[in-house]
Design a protein around this ligand. Sequence first.
Ligand SMILES: Nc1ncnc2c1ncn2[C@@H]1O[C@H](COP(=O)(O)OP(=O)(O)OP(=O)(O)O)[C@@H](O)[C@H]1O
Ligand SMILES: [Mg+2]
Length: 261
Amino acid sequence: MEDRPVAVEIEDVSLSYDGVKTGRVEAVRRFSLTVHHNEVVCLVGPSGCGKTSLLRAVAGLQPLQEGTVDIHAMEGQPPIAVIFQSPSLFPWRTALDNAAYGVECITKNKKLAREKALRALELVGLGSQAEFYPSQLSGGMQQRVNVARAIALEPALLLLDEPFASLDAQLRERLQTELLRILAATNATALFVTHQVEEAVYLADRVAVMDAHPGTLRSVIDVELDKSSSLDVMRSKEFLHICDAVREQLGDVPAEMVTRA
Ligand SMILES: Nc1ncnc2c1ncn2[C@@H]1O[C@H](COP(=O)(O)OP(=O)(O)OP(=O)(O)O)[C@@H](O)[C@H]1O
Ligand SMILES: [Mg+2]
């Protein structure tokens, strides 16, 4: 990975919140991480360790107390696209027009936006539901439109915050497989937050493990697995071994936090 160009550099980032009653809450302390082009890094850690805060800071939605975030986008390329847990689609727009929304805003070119959106919908397996409205789609389909809207932008960095957390286990597994394929097919670079160790190891090239109170980076674990055999990899000895290594790093974290779906 190290020989690939850098996509994002997070350096010495500290984040805190000021509350009238709580005073200053230090959420993240001196967090540094470099993500390379076409690399997927998963961020895991106990609830409240600052994963969402960090992702929001990388997305420019949260001010940094200290440190810097540098996203290396190509000319004309949007630096980021964010996929949150809830799909937040416009109910009055079809799947196609929802997926086209981001590109339309940036390029002001409706035709180009619809072309890119249709390609993205096909990638997430919704090519034939392009004219459906969100109310006519299942929860999993809506989340796929959400993914399509982000990948249609072809951003320098995809940011995902537990995008499958509210889905049932079977659908979640299917979307994980689809996402792995889509990330590879689009040469995407991604920072993916999850509570689930298996999800992290399945999707990531590297897993970054955080400590809580305040959130700091504990360690980064390389995932060197051949994922071409899709879900079969999850049953391999190597996969389970890496999951154990991540769990060990999560260490003193109560078991329900580590395995919470
Ligand atoms: N808007 C806010 N105002 C004040 N404090 C906040 C705010 N958002 C988050 N925090 C605090 O910042 C810390 C990190 O929260 P954050 O949501 O980033 O954690 P997280 O790792 O994403 O947790 P989870 O896994 O439960 O989603 C927590 O201590 C939380 O109480
Ligand atoms: Mg969170």
